[in-house]
Design a protein around this ligand. Structure first.
Ligand SMILES: [Zn+2]
Length: 416
C-alpha cells in the first residue's frame, strides 16, 4: 500500500502558524484497514470516497505511529474501509484537515511561522503512508499578499489568487517554501539562489564553484533528471541540507569560516548534495539507501580530487578510514536502515570506501561509465536497488561483482 498521487489545495495562515488542506490521494492496493500519517497537530476532519454522485463518509481514528516510523512528528490515522473497497487495486480518498505543525525534532528542518515557511516530508504536512510513497502531485496554493513561493515541481499556472505546481514523475516528497518578499532573494538578485536574502552575500561567493561541480558531473553522468536547479537558503539554524528534484534546501545561518578558511571542506558537502541531483532513487526505507549516500559521498571525493588535487582527496579518504577505525562495533550495511544512529558512518563513509575499492580495481574511466549507467537507471526507474548497481557493474566490466558487493554489505565495516 502506498500513495501514488496527491491532489492538494492549500491555505496557509502564517500569522497563526496554521494550515488548512483539502484534496484527494490515490492509494494503490489498499489494505483491510488502510492508514495515513499526518502531523500530530493536524486534525483530520473529513475522509470520504466518491461513488458516482454520492459521497461515502469513512470512519477514522488516530493512534500512535509504529516505533520505527521515521517521521516522529506524525500520528497515524487508521481508516475503516467498506469490504467491497478492500480488494481494489486503486482507491481515491478525499480528505480535509487543518491545524498547526509540530516541528521535527531534533533538527527542526521544517517550520511554519510569519517569517518563513518550510514544509517537507519531515513534518508530514500532507498524507504519507510510507517514506517510499514517491507520489506524483498537484498542489494549488492560495497566495498570500507579498509572499514568494517555490516547490520541488514545475509551476503549472498562476493567477492573482493561486499558484499551481504539478509534478508528473514520482517525487521523494512535497517541499513547499515561502517567505515575505521583503526578506527574500528575488529573481533579479540571483539566478540560482532563493530564500533569505541576509545570507545571499556569503552564498554568492560559492556560486561559481557550485556551478562548476554541476557542470563536471554533467560531463561524467549526462543531464540530471530535472533541469530545474535552485538553492533555497533557509533561515533555520539546524537541519543541514536536503535535495528534492532540483530544489536544494540549505541552512543559511553558518559560521563565517565556512566561506573563508574552511571553504573547501564546506564545498565538499555541496559536491555531495549536487550529486544527489543524479542519485536519489534508492529505496529510502531499506538498506538499499546506502547506494545514494555512498555514491554521493564518493562523487564528492572524485570532484575534490579533480578540483583540489590528489593530496586533498587522500586526506579525506584517510578521514573516512579513521572514522571507521574509531568505532568499536559498527553494523553491516545490510543490517540497518537510514534511521539507524550509525547510518552516516556505515552508509556514507564505509559505502564510499567500498566504491573506492571498486574504482581501484577497474580504473577511473570505467568506474565513471558504471556511475553513468546507474545514473541512467536512477533517472528512468521509480526506485533502484543494489541489484541494479551490480547489474551495471557486471555488464560494463564483463565480470561478476555480486560476491564482492554482497560480502562488503554483509560484514561489519573494518579498515584493512
Ligand atoms: Zn546525501
Amino acid at each position: 500500500m502506498r500513495i501514488k498521487h496527491i491532489n492538494l489545495a492549500v491555505t496557509i495562515n502564517p500569522n497563526d502558524s496554521e494550515l488548512a488542506c483539502q484534496g484527494s490521494i490515490q492509494m494503490s492496493n489498499p489494505e483491510e484497514k488502510p492508514f495515513i500519517h499526518l502531523n500530530k497537530l493536524l486534525e483530520l476532519e473529513e475522509l470520504y470516497l466518491k461513488e458516482k454522485n454520492s459521497r461515502i463518509d469513512l470512519a477514522f481514528s488516530p493512534s500512535e505511529i509504529d516505533p520505527e516510523f521515521f517521521i516522529k512528528a506524525s500520528k497515524k490515522w487508521s481508516i475503516e474501509l467498506p469490504a467491497n473497497y478492500q480488494e481494489k487495486e486503486e482507491l481515491e480518498l478525499f480528505f480535509k484537515y487543518r491545524g498547526k505543525i509540530q516541528r521535527d525534532e531534533p533538527y527542526k528542518t521544517n517550520y511554519l511561522t510569519s517569517e518563513a515557511i518550510e514544509l517537507a516530508i519531515y513534518v508530514a504536512w500532507y498524507p504519507i503512508v510510507e517514506l517510499d510513497d514517491n507520489p506524483t502531485f498537484q498542489v494549488k496554493l492560495k497566495r498570500i499578499d507579498n509572499w514568494l513561493w517555490t516547490m520541488n515541481a514545475p509551476r503549472k499556472s498562476e493567477s492573482e489568487n493561486t499558484i499551481v505546481w504539478e509534478r508528473k514523475d514520482p517525487a521523494t516528497d512535497l517541499t513547499l517554501l515561502g517567505r515575505p518578499k521583503t526578506t527574500a532573494i528575488t529573481k533579479e538578485m540571483s539566478a540560482i539562489f532563493w530564500g533569505d536574502k541576509s545570507f545571499l552575500e556569503n552564498f554568492s561567493s560559492l556560486e561559481q564553484d557550485i556551478l562548476g561541480f554541476k557542470q563536471k558531473l554533467e560531463d561524467w553522468l549526462g543531464k540530471p533528471k530535472n533541469d530545474a536547479f535552485q538553492i533555497a537558503i533557509s533561515s533555520r539554524e539546524s537541519g543541514g541540507t536536503y535535495v528534492r528534484q532540483g530544489l536544494i534546501s540549505t541552512q543559511g545561518n553558518l559560521p563565517e569560516e565556512y566561506f573563508t578558511t574552511k571553504k573547501k571542506r564546506f564545498l565538499l558537502g555541496w559536491m555531495h548534495e549536487i550529486a544527489h541531483l543524479w542519485f536519489a532513487a534508492s529505496e529510502k526505507s531499506t538498506y538499499h539507501n546506502w547506494l545514494d549516500e555512498a555514491i554521493a559521498d564518493y562523487s564528492a571525493l572524485l570532484l575534490s580530487e579533480l578540483f583540489y588535487g590528489k593530496k586533498f582527496f587522500e586526506e579525506i579518504l584517510e578521514k573516512h578510514r579513521k572514522m571507521i577505525e574509531k568505532e568499536k562495533d559498527l553494523p553491516a550495511i545490510k543490517e540497518i536502515t537510514r534511521s539507524h544512529e550509525k547510518s552516516y558512518i556505515v552508509f556514507y563513509k564505509w559505502g564510499s570506501l567500498i566504491l573506492h575499492e571498486i574504482r581501484r580495481k577497474i580504473g577511473l574511466d570505467l568506474f565513471l561509465e558504471v556511475l553513468r549507467d546507474f545514473a541512467d537507471k536512477s533517472k528512468k526507474q521509480t526506485v533502484v536497488n543494489t541489484d541494479d548497481f551490480i547489474e551495471s557493474l557486471n555488464r560494463l566490466t564483463s565480470d561478476d561483482w555480486s560476491g564482492f558487493i554482497n560480502k562488503h554489505l554483509s560484514i561489519k565495516p573494518k579498515v584493512q
